[in-house]
Design a binder for this molecule. Sequence first.
Ligand SMILES: NC(=O)C1=CN([C@@H]2O[C@H](COP(=O)(O)OP(=O)(O)OC[C@H]3O[C@@H](n4cnc5c(N)ncnc54)[C@H](OP(=O)(O)O)[C@@H]3O)[C@@H](O)[C@H]2O)C=CC1
Ligand SMILES: O=C(O)C1=N[C@H](C(=O)O)C[C@H](O)C1
Length: 263
Amino acid sequence: MSVVRVGVHGACGRMGRRVVAAVHAHPDVALAAALESSHSKELGNDIGEVCGLGDVGVQVSAEMPKDLDAVIDFSVPEASLALAERCAEQGTALLVATTGFSAEDRERLMTYAERIPLMVAANCSLVVNVLMKLAADTAKIFRGRDFDAEIIERHHRYKVDAPSGTALKLAEIVEEGMGLTERVYGREGITGERPRNQLGVHALRTGDNVGEHTVVFSTLGETLELVHKGSSRDSYVSGAVAAAAYLAGKAPGEYGMADVLGF
Ligand SMILES: NC(=O)C1=CN([C@@H]2O[C@H](COP(=O)(O)OP(=O)(O)OC[C@H]3O[C@@H](n4cnc5c(N)ncnc54)[C@H](OP(=O)(O)O)[C@@H]3O)[C@@H](O)[C@H]2O)C=CC1
Ligand SMILES: O=C(O)C1=N[C@H](C(=O)O)C[C@H](O)C1
């Protein structure tokens, strides 16, 4: 098997630095680019030095090389869109793990699946993807019955988008499964009784929380909660590297973490 040449976009960020380290350590994947914005103070520095790995021979750059097999993106939405255009021009597979897209930008992003192998995954963790499947199955069972559904997410104080991309994906899943037609983000004031077709979504921002998601299903007399608690970013990292290796060399199209994880 030939080594997959991977670029990391947003390489100096919280996730990017960890992905760089994982790619560098992986036997079947090679770190071929460390991409940042043209304003980054790290431009020209060795990414290994930035990440505390020592010299790895790859400089932080705003220019994407032409010979990459796949790019892993953990950056900001506008940069992900510009990256998708570059990947499409060069025929490079792309994993967008960034969150916070507007509905319009997300729609635009998905059009690149006509030109390249593309995965847009709000959460690359195996266990979170199992949570999504459990939420889908549970929501279908409760459809048409007397159940309320709410989603609660917790993240670190530095996170810039709310609710999390994962919470929004879970919201879509639960709405589709239960046939809910109204979504509310938080509640305040004299709200009146809870409408029966409503899904509530709630975001907490505290400390260094790496990500927790709870889907609450309640009827009168009992409650079921599906809970995922992350305690390290490693699960996102390993899923992202597996996704990039999976996408490399695939036909253009839209792929998902379920394809990578085999369920
Ligand atoms: N799918 C998943 O499993 C996960 C997704 N995420 C998502 O990943 C994203 C990044 O998270 P995190 O690493 O914590 O955030 P950070 O802010 O730590 O990292 C973002 C990085 O992107 C860089 N960046 C900004 N603009 C550009 C640009 N134009 N071109 C290239 N790089 C750019 C930033 O550089 P600078 O600092 O110089 O602006 C920074 O290094 C978020 O949207 C988050 O929600 C996070 C964890 C898991
Ligand atoms: O910003 C984060 O940290 C995370 N973001 C993703 C999201 O918005 O869902 C995934 C994970 O929860 C961590």
